[in-house]
Structures are given as structure tokens and as C-alpha cells.
Design a protein around this ligand. Sequence first.
Ligand code: LLP
Length: 435
Amino acid sequence: MTSTPSSALLPRDCRIEPTKTLIGRWDLSVLAAAFGTPLYVYDAVTLRENAQDVKAAFESLGARMSFAAKACSTIGVLRTLQQSGLDIDAVSEGEMVAAIQAGFHPEQIHLHGNCKSDRELQYAIRVGIRAIVVDGADELARLVSLARSPQHPVNVMVRMSLPLEAETHPWLQTSGTGSKFGVMVESDDETQVLGLLAENSGLRFIGLHTHLGSQITGADIYRRAACDMAQVAVRFAQHGLRSEEVSLGGGWAIAYSDGDATLSPREVANAVAEGSAGFNRVRLAVEPGRALVANAAVALYRVGAVKVRESGRIVAVDGGMGDNLRPALYGARYTAFLPNRGMEVPVGKADIVGRYCEAGDVLARDVPLPEVSVGDLICVPVSGAYQLSMANSYNLVPPPASVLVDGRDARLMTRRATISDILAREVSYSDQKLN
Ligand code: LLP
């Protein structure tokens, strides 16, 4: 038995051969030699096919389809998804700027965020994005003072928090009564929001939004969310606020290891269809992140040390929690294999640990691997979502580079940061001083 993951976990244009693994026509070890490690390698074919699959699943609902840019805000990836016909959900000025640089028209962008700055709101108004998704009465009051032109009203949606708790890691739940996100249904916040929207001609209400959480494996909560949102839409309509669009967010689960429970876009679409009978002339919308990008990339690391402990083998690699916080933050479980020896039979299990000075910096536990030596390459599949976009420079180690492979082409998307990039923000002692 080999230790390689099934094709469901790999980019679609990926092939494992006895002495190499290819994405498109590129041997991963050639890319690692050319661009250094750690290296994130994205497959454009997977991005396009994932986008097609999600669009096809929701086609009969006529839903607007956006990509949640926080899952991967690398411009080369955004551009590929824009060219695949998706709109985009941004959550900061940085993500709006990246979206525009990637080729999204402002009319394709909506802005989320539970604590948007005035600067972000002003930027969104100035470039004319499609909608600002207001998160509560306080933000709406600030927006009222920034949007003062009845001739050019600012489109707003309202993010609702429903009393539904998705079964997932607690930090991946974004609804429920204790959530920091959105306007709790039938709360004082909702009453204030209704009042502010009805009174202000600088704003144009276009619809409602909710997002239940991430890595959700059960479809039924999407049906219940659609039913609840239909009732919210009725309440808003009673105040003269008709919803043209209702978004049910993203969040469906994908597999990181073989055997993980998943939820397909089709199952979500069916559940939404069942729950949305109460909507009247409403365009539905969804905004998956992970489902579009996670399996499109692998992370490549170089082994720097192997230790044998009583508990087993420990394989240390040149990346870790600086480029992938997910195991440390959510206990996320990954698999890994040797891309140049993918067909070899494992000799036992190993923990793959990162290079950062934290005992919790463990990328993958109990991975069946052949003999591993210093200098070997390790490949971690399903690395396309919430890894690079959450990368950091802990220990002042520069975050890694990323490459986009498209069949015959392999292009550097982001170069590896340098120590100078990181230190450039340090201000000399006398530069900025308040007396
Ligand atoms: N829409 C909204 C408003 C969101 O907040 C999110 C994710 C999404 C859509 C997309 O969710 P997805 O389909 O990607 O699950 N860092 C965590 C995930 C945090 C998700 C935050 N919001 C992780 O690595 O699992």
C-alpha cells in the first residue's frame, strides 16, 4: 500500500508517477528547485473546474456566485476565478484593491466585515462597489454620515445572524445567538437598522445576507437558514425595504484527508431550493471560499531534520505555522506524501512538524511515510484555502512564494517575502516620536 492521497484530494491536473509528481507538465521538484521552498503550487485547471462545478450546481436557482477572497487573496488566483465568471466577496480595503487589480469590476464586489473602518467604507463608496454588507446599527449610522448623496445612493445589504448553530469547530461558527457577526434577528439592533434604512435617502437597500460558518457537513442547516431568511425578508418588506437579493454565504465542507465528511455544492443547492419557497422575486446568492480553492493547491516543503523519539518519527520541514496556521488554530488534520517517491510503501507513521519555535507547530500527525531523509520534498495537498492568506512572519521568517501552473505554463504569483520586506516597517528610533 502506498501513502499517496486519493485523487479527490489532489489538484485535478496532478499526476503521481514513481519518481515524480506533476501538476500540468511541471515536476514539483523542478518548481521547488526554481522557486525555493516552502512553495505553494496552484493549479489553474482545478480553479476553473471548481468554479464550473459550483456554478452548475446553483444554475437552476439562478444564484449569484461570488468567491470569498479571504480564502485566498493572491491576485493570480483571483484573476483566474474572475475569468471563470465569479463575483467577489471582500472583507477589507486590501481585498478590494486586490480584486480590482485582478480584473474584477467594482460592480462585482461586495464588502463584508464586522468592524469596517471609515476609510474602508469611503473607499468602497468612492470606487462604487456593488454593495456594502452592513453588519449592525453602529456601522449603519457611520455609513449614513458618509453616504450623503440621494443622487448616488450607496447600495447596502444587511448581514443577519440567525439563531442556528452549525455543527463545526466553534471558531468556524459565525451564526448563533452569541455571534460577533451581523444583526441578530428580532433584536433591538434589527429595529434600529430598519429605522435607519427607512429614513435615509443616501442608502439603497438591496437585500439580505447570512453566513452560518465554515466546514459545515450537514445540508439541512442551509434549508433552515433559507426559511428563516424568507421571514426576515417579509419583516424588512413591511418597512418598505424589498430584498432583491438574499445571500446564504458559503461554508460547505471539503476533505483534507481521505475519509473526511464533505458537503457537495449540489447538496447545498438542493437544501437552499427547498428552503427558499417563501421568497418572492428574490435573486439568491452564495459565496463559497474554500470549496473553490482548497484542493487547487499543494504546499511543498523541504525536510531539514529527522528525529526518532519514543513516540515515533518526527520530520521537520522548512515551513509550518508561518504559512499554515490551521492545525494550530483549529486542530485541522492534513495528510502528506513524498512527491518523488509517491509509490513507495510506508515504513511507519511520522509527525511532520514545522520550523517555528512552538511545540504546537505540527503540520500533520501520524502520516504513513517511507524512509525520509534530509533534503526530501514533502507535499501537503488541499493547501489552497486559508493558508497563504493567513500566512505571517512569526520568528521573522518570510512567508513563502506561490506559483500558478496552467498546463504548460508555470508562473510565479507571489515571490517569497524577504527579511528586508518584513523589516521595512521598522521605524528608526527618531523617525516618529510624539513629545
Ligand atoms: N462568507 C462570509 C461572510 C465568510 O465570513 C466566509 C468565511 C465565507 C463566506 C467563506 O466560507 P468558506 O466557504 O470558505 O468556508 N480560517 C478558517 C475559515 C474562516 C472563515 C471565515 N469566513 C479556516 O481556515 O478554516
